[in-house]
Design a protein. Sequence first.
Length: 326
Amino acid sequence: MTPPPELNVLDALDLQLLQALQLDGRAPFSRIAAVLGVSDQTVARRFRRLRGSVGLRVIGVTDDALLGRSSWLVRLRCAPDGAEQLAGALARRPDTSYVGLLSGGTEVLCSIKPRGGQEDEPLLARLQRTQLVTSATAQCVLRPFYGGPVGWLNKINALDADQQAALRAPSAEPASPPPVLDDVDETLLALLRRDGRVALTELQTATGQSESVVKRRLDRLRSSGVLYFDVQHTHEPLGHSVMAALWLTVAPSALASVGESLAAHPEVRFAAAVTGVAGVFAATVHRDTRELYTYMSEGIGALDVRSVESALFVRQVKQLTYEPGR
């Protein structure tokens, strides 16, 4: 397996700040500064700079699985010159994330999390009827092995163990049954999906609730695992010019062991067991195509995997949020 990438494009403090935000997206700059040994103003200044240089955004994300909602990976093969248009349309949907162009720009891969009574089958049927689409497949995410609340920035090791412990948000303990969301919760979640660090005063104004009520609501959503915070950023400034999608055909008896191994690989930013023939999907990052080859031949090759299908991302159109022109 290839060693962890050398993250030498950004300096050490930039990388520490990125990992700190992955550990707790709403950590006050004052707490981050105290742990990193710099001033509050330095952290705020670096945060603003990283917003421009690497597209840094902290986004509130709902763990839909805890609410009984499904998540789907949809792969669309498109007519010539149709993929860009389709990717843009999908990126504008509120129920999509991680929309990317694959295979020289002839395919679109996206994650869809239907909300508000939308059903997966009718959406796929509509996509298949779209003239831009020549074929479509959908795989339901059965079990994530890596990703979601545990983001890839946890693997860069910019912070030592003590710093990580000081900055890590309290562990969530999923409630059983899961909490029922009311209108106030939904309003909070909608605002946090746009900006995970939105000020409490704005949350108070939007919900008409007091500061103490808003804080209690946020604590409940986070402690139950329904709400977590993820960090959106570009990968090139961190030394990665290649992103790949991998479909691994795995025997049912090997699903768990392969998934656990993938979760530990520094190249893997997302991995999950999915429906369909392949059984496991993984999204990976690499310095170049030679590193991807080494990872597939040595990292994947060492696992109990029967076959691999791979495709390169040409461009990521949407991560957690859609920002046209980025």
